[in-house]
Write a protein that binds this ligand. Structure first.
Ligand SMILES: O=C(O)CCC(=O)C(=O)O
Length: 205
């Protein structure tokens, strides 16, 4: 479903079996070395989510990508595995877009998790200007996802992202403000055995 030109919501994109496998994957990525941590932004406040970056580390203090987690523990960033890259390419293609992903932010939302309105604009200017999309996959509890315009004060739409949904924001939607205003507790499919939510957020640097 097209939410705006260039913003495509793919409802129930993943099968339940695929979701189960991906949740296991997220748990294993997050519990390994250079796993989940709670980023602190400039000024020292903590984000309301945990994160692991694959491919390149996103530094929450400088808003720059880097090879090591210099704002946290200095560990080298984990690689972005080939099958996850393929998944992002497939989701983008389903929305009629192309991506060569080299970054994935794996976000982990506890039940009280949220993420303020922001633009994804730390990738290369050429990538952003070309409208190469950001590809997002949701797992676990549903989220109230906000998406507005290219100015912070533009009106926002609220979409519920359910487990297995994809959302692709590219072309004229590449710089739309977006965020997560809340998690709907106990809405995850029982088979996933998860409380809270994972979001796989793929980008091309
Ligand atoms: O969790 C989501 O659905 C959105 C995540 C997001 O906006 C981001 O990683 O920049």
């Amino acid at each position: 479903m097209e939410i705006y030109p260039g913003t495509i919501h793919l409802n129930s994109y993943l099968t339940l079996d695929e979701q189960v496998a991906l949740v296991r994957r997220c748990n294993s990525i997050g519990s390994g070395p250079a796993g989940f941590y709670t980023p602190a932004v400039r000024g020292g406040a903590y984000m309301r989510i945990q994160m692991v970056c694959l491919g390149r580390h996103w530094n929450a203090k400088t808003y720059k990508y880097e090879a090591t987690r210099s704002d946290y523990d200095g560990l080298p960033v984990q690689e972005l595995p080939a099958d996850l890259k393929d998944l992002a390419r497939r989701v983008a293609a389903e929305a009629g877009m192309n991506i060569e992903p080299d970054i994935c932010l794996l976000n982990c939302y506890p039940e009280a998790g949220r993420l303020g309105l922001h633009q994804d604009k730390d990738e290369r200017p050429e990538t952003i200007e070309a409208g190469i999309p950001v590809v997002s996959i949701s797992l676990g509890d549903s989220a109230k996802f906000l998406i507005g315009g290219t100015r912070r004060k533009d009106p926002v739409k609220t979409i519920v992202l359910e487990s297995g949904d994809g959302i692709v924001m590219g072309g004229p939607s590449r710089l739309r403000y977006h965020g997560v205003s809340g998690i709907l507790s106990d809405t995850a499919p029982r088979e996933l055995n998860i409380q809270g939510r994972f979001n796989l957020n793929f980008r091309q640097y």
